[in-house]
Design a protein around this ligand. Sequence first.
Ligand SMILES: Cc1c2[nH]c(c1CCC(=O)O)Cc1[nH]c(c(CCC(=O)O)c1C)Cc1[nH]c(c(CCC(=O)O)c1C)Cc1[nH]c(c(C)c1CCC(=O)O)C2
Length: 378
Amino acid sequence: MRATSHSHLRADRPRACKDGVVVNDVPSPTDSAPPASRLSGEPPFLAAARGEEPSRTPVWFMRQAGRSLPEYKEARAGTSMLEACRTPELVCEITMQPVRRYGVDAAVFFSDIVVPLAAIGVDIDIVPGTGPVVAEPFRTEADLKRLRNLDPCDVPYITEAIGLLGKELGTTPLIGFAGAPFTLASYLIEGGPSRDHAKTKALMHSAPDVWHGIASRLAAICGEFLRVQVEAGAKAVQLFDSWAGALSEDDYRAFALPHSTAALAGVAQSVPRIHFGVGTGHLLEAMAETGAEISGVDFRVPLDQAAKRLPGKVLQGNLDPALILADEAPLLAATDRVVAAGRDAKGHIFNLGHGVLPESDPGKLKLVVDRVHETTAR
Ligand SMILES: Cc1c2[nH]c(c1CCC(=O)O)Cc1[nH]c(c(CCC(=O)O)c1C)Cc1[nH]c(c(CCC(=O)O)c1C)Cc1[nH]c(c(C)c1CCC(=O)O)C2
């Protein structure tokens, strides 16, 4: 039986696994570590995440590792995405690449939202240029049995990779993540990426029991995937409900919110939790009800407006990723506007409004990091 309080989630107390779980060392500070917060003595990302005053506004980018970096393309050459995710040394190297290059205030674990599904035996692949593709889509009650619980022993490479990262990162915090039940379910039900999520919505309304069966099993898998990362040493988590913006507020509340809440409860009271979706301006309040301490805001809603709607929440965001492709002057002006708008929130973690586009110039991302750090140092 698992205790309801998760304060036991500590790097020094991994749960037992028949193959033996790696006990991860506590990281030691390095010269490249971010400065400690003025008031709390914590790295800026963790101070801001807890609503305390950081020594500067922390910055990291969704998809900061990946195809925008030449060193990533070199490291990944000849290795499929899922194979890369199961190779701890490669995961450690790729996770570290943007930390070294940009001096960001947090690392995001290099993996993918479909890794836990592949780990429990779902026949799913990540097709370059397309995204996750499922061999046999999930459509009926009979498919429920294909979603068993995730066991920490299914993903030993996650624990091992985070252990390696503990030694490399010093005091730079690592963010773990999972895909939210709705976003994962959409891939399983559609069979691949979808613009309208029509089969998923049709199933929700025609066979709500099957829907809730799939989504509640996915919530358990997500919660466990987050716990494994926190136990191994992740200092915060992000739940990606990338496609939740496709739902009306009523449907979000009825079909997605309870399952995202259950997934996030898996690491409640242990680390700060970020919750993010794309095109979710109409869902900000509903998504905040999942209990996540930090609301990720996409680039469509200015942060000062989001701050009025979400009093008491720390906000993360929200420079339009396309602006990285713009000239330097408008890019820096837009960066300054995001910093200014973020001052209205209880706390602000600077990020893009969605992931780094593959055609982004790494030099421009570095400019943004330096600009935010220079203009917010306290
Ligand atoms: C929807 C989603 C997926 N995966 C993810 C999401 C939610 C975030 C979002 O909204 O973008 C999450 C994800 N995927 C990846 C990360 C790594 C951490 C990070 O730097 O943010 C994270 C957080 C690596 C990845 N995941 C993927 C890549 C590209 C693989 C490659 O380099 O070949 C990376 C770096 C593959 C992937 N995986 C997925 C897609 C749509 C793709 C792109 C397919 C393509 O266009 O080639 C599913």
